[in-house]
Structures are given as C-alpha cells and as structure tokens.
Design a protein around this ligand. Structure first.
Ligand SMILES: [Zn+2]
Ligand SMILES: [Zn+2]
Length: 173
C-alpha cells in the first residue's frame, strides 16, 4: 500500500486518502482529503471566497450544459442515434395509423370554439383557439391498437400543456 504524510495533519495515510491532482509529481495532493475539506469549510465562511466559488460553479455548469447538449446533438447524428430517433417517431406514426378518429374536423372545430380560446388546463387565453392543439386524453402511447377516439376522447390544450402532459391521463374538458 502506498502511503504518504499529509502536509497539514502530519498523519501517515494511504494514498487513497489524498485527492487526485495531476499537476503534482505523484498525481495526488499533499494535503489529505479530510484536511482539505476542513480547510474548505473554513474558507467557505469567507464571503468573498464563497461568492467566487459559487460563480465558478455556475460557470462550470453553463459550460457543461453546452457541452452536454452538443454531445446529444452529435449522438443524434450517429447511426445509433438516428435509429433511436426513427424508432420513436415511427412508433408514434404506427400508433396514429392504427387508431381511429371517429369525429369530423368540424366536430373538432366546434369543440375548440367551446373553449373560447381558453386552455382548460392552464386557463390561459389563446387567440380564437389558434394556440390550442389536439390532445388525446388517453395518450396514443397507451391506447390499444385500433382504439377509437371519439370527440370526447380528445381535448384542446395549449401546446405547452400538451407537451407537459406526456403520458399521464387527464380529462380536463
Ligand atoms: Zn491531513
Ligand atoms: Zn395550457
């Protein structure tokens, strides 16, 4: 077992008790993790240090969020990513093809009209219902094959509520 003496508490400790620091000759810090966290806590009481630390963390998060979304976009370009996307959308298309909507467009329009442009979920008003989209009360993903959607099986929801709903079943109308 490799061990070393902590420069602070002078204890002889296993190398695993020291944090990684590639800039140091042995790849580990000179101060043990315990001393390090004690020091950090003490320094954290200092307002200036705390603020600097928090803003550093914030920057780090922002940079990594960009990196993360970049990574997702890159993944979507790979054969695996493309396949996964296609699968998801074809699943939905397949479901749509195998569900029956037993109402006319006029039925739907008159239902939209009844809302007076108010989304029944968030109660926000949308211009003449133009912002309201068709929501399947039983989500397509949960409906059995050849399920028949009547006019009572759908509801107008605003785009935001529609996408928020995901696959939960809610009948608001
Ligand atoms: Zn120590
Ligand atoms: Zn809404």
């Amino acid at each position: 077992m490799i061990s070393r003496i902590c420069c602070k508490c002078k204890n002889n400790l296993s190398i695993h008790k020291f944090g990684i620091d590639k800039s140091k000759p042995l790849g580990h810090k000179y101060k043990c993790k315990e001393c390090e966290s004690k020091d950090f806590k003490n320094r954290y009481k200092d307002t200036e240090f705390r603020e600097r630390h928090l803003s550093y963390n914030k920057r780090w998060e922002q940079n990594n969020r960009e990196k993360q979304s970049k990574r997702v976009i890159e993944w979507q370009q790979t054969p695996k990513g493309k396949l996964s996307r296609a699968k998801n959308s074809s699943k939905r298309r397949y479901k749509l093809k195998n569900t029956i909507h037993s109402f006319s467009y006029e039925d739907w329009l008159s239902k939209v009209k009844l809302t007076n442009g108010i989304c029944p979920r968030c109660n926000k008003t949308y211009d003449e219902g133009a912002g309201l989209t068709l929501d399947h009360i039983i989500p397509l993903s949960r409906a059995p094959i050849n399920h028949i959607y009547t006019i009572d099986g759908v509801q107008p929801l605003c785009k935001r509520c529609n996408s928020k709903k995901y696959t939960s079943i809610e009948d608001m109308f």
